[in-house]
Design a protein around this ligand. Structure first.
Ligand SMILES: *Cc1c(COP(=O)(O)O)cnc(C)c1O
Length: 399
């Protein structure tokens, strides 16, 4: 089974029954072109060398693994270790795949990279990568989100991205997706739509996973070198699922390493205010691929919610769906309140302010640690830093 994990997806982009390309023929042809170009360059020393150089000298890789001693002591039980993706340039794991996508777009001679953004995290990472690589960047963002996420909007402008405010519908992420997609369809041969997670049509779930898999390759080697053994549990939050696939991939063949993905239960799984796609979703199509979905009877995506805006997506990466079905990865969820507790606990025991997204993984790690013996180790992918969330949390908790 181990080898089978590493050979996925198949040539049609399927992970078991999930993934694929649910697209009109002209777009399928464009996606196949991207796949061909990717498969060609990924094998070249020039492309891998350029990416490795940028990971080292631009992103600041390898990111360290930090043993959270005071947090572990406070919880009791297993030791909690953090893979510090929050220390990357631009503050999260997203830069790992944005660099790969920008380099590929440049290599293919594309004239413009475009994307939507919700809270602006994908927009800022992509705008940074495009500035670095030297390619035009256009970001579509809902007017409501523009008003809410001012620092990220300012950063994107400074970085030279063209910001397109979306004024239709709910003026949030959903409409920004439609707007960016319409722009893309004007000239898909020359434009490159940079998807922000391991979602969308083939080859994006594969490509984004490959670009993120540096996280797990580093983490496995670092942990072995430091402890002469592998961690017992590896944990990550799951929105679309890119940081989780990033750290899981290298551990997939290690049958003894338990892998856990943590989703947002929001205000509770018994309320409509959550984004627990793996836990409560049903199989269906969304944004050009098949996955577990939070959808109504007509197959339309339901409104989703999380205190962490990076996690509120009604679909999820196809490889996660497969890994759930075969039982290799276990999916759990934590509420907003548990997330906030973890956010404050890490800040006050270790002096590390985590992103609210990452605090979901940490919250479940803190719960699980208490049930395990002290000689066991939990490795959490700390996907990003919480500067962006600090004002909101302070206001929310009345600090
Ligand atoms: C965007 C984001 C996520 C969620 O995206 P995935 O594709 O599920 O990894 C998680 N953490 C941080 C810090 C983010 O910015």
């Amino acid at each position: 089974m181990a080898q089978q994990f590493l050979e996925m997806p198949d040539s049609q982009g399927f992970f078991g029954e999930y993934g694929g390309q649910i697209l009109p023929p002209e777009l399928k042809a464009v996606m196949d072109g991207i796949n061909d170009a990717y498969e060609q360059v990924r094998k070249t020393a020039a492309f891998q060398g350029e990416l490795a150089d940028l990971y080292a000298h631009y992103v600041g890789r390898p990111s360290p693994i930090f043993y959270a001693r005071r947090l572990s002591d406070r919880q009791g039980g297993a030791h909690i270790h953090l893979k510090r993706e929050d220390l990357n340039h631009t503050g999260a794991h997203k830069i790992n795949h944005c660099l790969g996508e920008a380099l590929l777009a440049k290599h293919m001679g594309k004239t413009k990279v475009l994307a939507e953004t919700g809270a602006g995290q994908h927009g800022v990472a992509l705008a940074s990568a495009c500035a670095l690589v030297g390619i035009e960047c256009e970001i579509h963002m809902g007017e409501v989100d523009i008003a809410k996420e001012h620092p990220n909007v300012t950063k994107m402008k400074i970085l030279g991205a063209r910001l397109v405010p979306v004024t239709r519908g709910t003026r949030t992420l959903k409409d920004a997706v439609d707007s960016a997609f319409e722009e893309y369809m004007l000239d898909p041969v020359h434009f490159f739509y940079a998807i922000g997670s391991v979602v969308g049509p083939h080859p994006f779930p594969k490509m984004v996973r490959d670009f993120q898999s540096i996280v797990g390759r580093e983490a496995r080697a670092q942990f072995l070198a430091e402890h002469q053994r592998l961690p017992d549990v590896v944990m990550a939050c799951v929105g679309g699922g890119s940081n989780a696939m990033g750290i899981f991939t290298e551990f997939l063949p290690d049958a003894d390493v338990q892998l856990v993905g943590v989703e947002p239960a929001g205000r509770g799984l018994d309320t409509p205010d959550h984004a627990a796609t793996m836990t409560l979703g049903t199989k269906g199509a969304i944004h050009g691929f098949i996955c577990y979905n939070l959808q109504d009877e007509k197959g339309e995506p339901l409104p989703v919610y999380s205190i962490a805006s990076g996690l509120d997506y009604p679909g999820v990466g196809p490889q996660h769906c497969y890994l759930k079905d075969v039982g290799r990865v276990q999916y759990e969820s934590v509420t907003d309140d548990e997330c906030l507790d973890a956010f404050m606990a890490l800040s006050r025991t270790e002096g590390i302010i985590p992103a609210l997204e990452s605090a979901h993984a940490l919250a479940y790690a803190m719960k699980l640690a208490k049930t395990l013996p002290p000689e066991q180790n939990i490795l959490v992918n700390l996907s990003g830093r919480g500067d962006k969330d600090a004002d909101f949390v302070a206001q929310h908790l009345g600090l």
